[in-house]
Design a protein around this ligand. Structure first.
Ligand code: SF4
Ligand code: SF4
Length: 74
């Protein structure tokens, strides 16, 4: 399984939770941290489980998530 890593822009996150539902590996959760707009922002609760599939980023209506995937040797 390829390993993934996210950069989540906390100030863009609206705390809608759509990415949490979209992730097939239960990586994401609400952090309990509020951003400047008062939204409970998402973080990687289980970063070791991320495969870099990108479903979370595709689902996010606020384009708050960037996905990076480890290059797998051919
Ligand atoms: S890239 Fe895929 S596995 Fe990683 S957090 Fe997003 S939806 Fe989950
Ligand atoms: S889908 Fe986007 S805006 Fe909604 S909780 Fe996830 S990162 Fe935040």
């Amino acid at each position: 399984m390829p390993k993934g890593m996210l950069i989540i822009d906390k100030e863009r996150c609206k705390g809608c939770g759509l990415c949490i539902v979209a992730c097939p590996h239960q990586v994401l959760a609400f952090s309990g941290e509020l951003n400047r707009s008062g939204y409970n922002v998402v973080h990687m609760e289980r970063p070791e489980a991320c495969v870099g599939c990108g479903f979370c980023a595709l689902t996010c209506p606020d384009v708050a998530i960037e996905v990076y995937r480890e290059r797998v040797p051919a």
